[in-house]
Design a protein around this ligand. Structure first.
Ligand SMILES: Cc1ncc(COP(=O)(O)O)c(C=O)c1O
Length: 377
């Protein structure tokens, strides 16, 4: 368990922030790294090309460390949708073949597959939300001989309902399909290892559970997928791009590993040092300890929800770090705003109240949330 860490964040004392699934508040150390990066552009001679290359490699290594991969398996992207578009550009579907997704899955992990289905003539198959929240059983039943790609999260973004990706990975491999994961809503707060799940591609944005800056995401490509085509033709992704004297000796070859998939201008001297600082903090805390710290808050949220007639995601499907509370009757349309007026920040969407705490929250925050909900519902 990690002691309350609110002193490391720039959050006002009276704010109850339970919206990490939307966007994490900034660590003071991450803010400081960003400020130093921003100041560099006023004195461009202080931006060292070598230092930027080294920082990018350091960042790949930190992300790789969180997922049991190697630095060279990681590319830098500006968004989850960019990383998933790289995955889609390097997979084929074909007439009569399917991509499996979840009902109401986050759109970044749906649109690239709809486009691929249009291009290749396949179909996107949507697994309906099971009444008992057992997504794993429903997904396993949907994977069959016609499945070419299984594109999933670790937990549903709307309520945190979890999927067993190890079991799904085994079934995906058994039918010869590719597994593509969007872990934007879990990496950093739920332990994960590519050696257990064996995805072909995986993405995660920096700005949520990885506590990093906006407009940065990570793309993992399995070693067997590292000979693909990037979706932009950057000079920096080409072989020996560190040799500035020979940049116009145009090369057909790429940097080794997944680096070929990097976005142009990947060496952002503001966001890269911010993300390094954030991932160091997450690594120091340890993801299993973050999960263990958040689980009692999530469980208490589930217990208290019952007293207000809200239905939490059942324990068997519950994520350690966030939870959706479903309302039987219509919620007041302005519930989110009225909570925000009291300094309490949750996400209200589709008759679900999503509560997403982090190590800056405590039980007192839940007491304030439920006192306000008792008043407003
Ligand atoms: C599951 C999931 N994936 C991705 C994103 C962000 O996607 P993008 O980086 O494409 O804007 C979000 C944001 O809410 C999300 O919940």
């Amino acid at each position: 368990m990690i002691d309350n860490q609110s002193h490391l964040f720039d959050l006002p004392d009276d704010a109850v922030y339970l919206r990490c699934a939307a966007s994490a508040p900034q660590l003071k150390s991450v803010y400081e790294a960003g400020r130093l990066g921003l100041a560099k552009k006023s004195r461009p001679w202080r931006i060292g090309a070598r230092e930027t290359f080294d920082d990018v490699e350091r960042l790949r290594g930190l992300f790789a460390g969180l997922i049991g991969a190697e630095a060279g398996d990681v590319a830098l992207a500006p968004s989850a949708s960019y990383g998933l578009s790289v995955a889609a550009a390097n997979l084929t579907l074909g007439e009569g073949r399917d991509v499996v997704v979840l009902e109401r899955q986050f759109p970044s992990n749906v649109y690239p597959w709809r486009a691929l289905a249009r291009r290749d003539g396949g179909r996107v198959v949507t697994v309906a939300r099971p009444a008992d929240d057992d997504w794993t059983a429903a997904v396993l039943a949907a994977i069959g001989p016609s499945t070419a790609i299984v594109a999933l999260p670790r937990c549903h973004w709307l309520d945190g309902a979890m999927l067993d990706l190890e079991a799904i990975g085994r079934r995906t491999r058994a039918v010869g399909a590719a597994l593509v994961l969007d872990l934007s809503q879990s990496l950093g707060a739920v332990p994960f290892d590519v050696r257990d799940v064996r995805p072909d591609f995986l993405v995660a944005v920096a700005e949520k559970w990885l506590l990093g800056p906006y407009q940065l995401a990570f793309l993992y490509a399995a070693p067997s997928r590292q000979d693909g085509e990037p979706i932009e033709h950057t000079w920096i992704g080409r072989a020996e791009s560190q040799d500035y004297a020979r940049l116009v000796d145009y090369r057909d070859g790429y940097q080794p590993g997944a680096r070929r998939f990097d976005v142009g201008e990947r060496g952002n001297f503001i966001s890269v040092p911010m993300a390094i600082r954030a991932l160091r903090q997450v690594t120091d805390w340890r993801v299993d300890a973050i999960a263990a710290t958040l689980t009692p808050l999530v469980d208490e949220t589930a217990e208290r929800a019952g007293t207000l007639g809200l239905t939490p995601v059942p324990a068997a499907a519950r994520a350690p770090h966030m939870i959706g509370l479903r309302a039987g009757a219509a919620l007041p349309p302005d519930l989110g705003d009225r909570l925000a007026d009291r300094g309490i920040f949750v996400t209200v969407r589709d008759q679900v109240i999503r509560v997403a705490p982090h190590v800056y929250n405590g039980r007192d925050d839940l007491a304030r949330l439920f006192a306000a909900l008792t008043d407003l519902l």
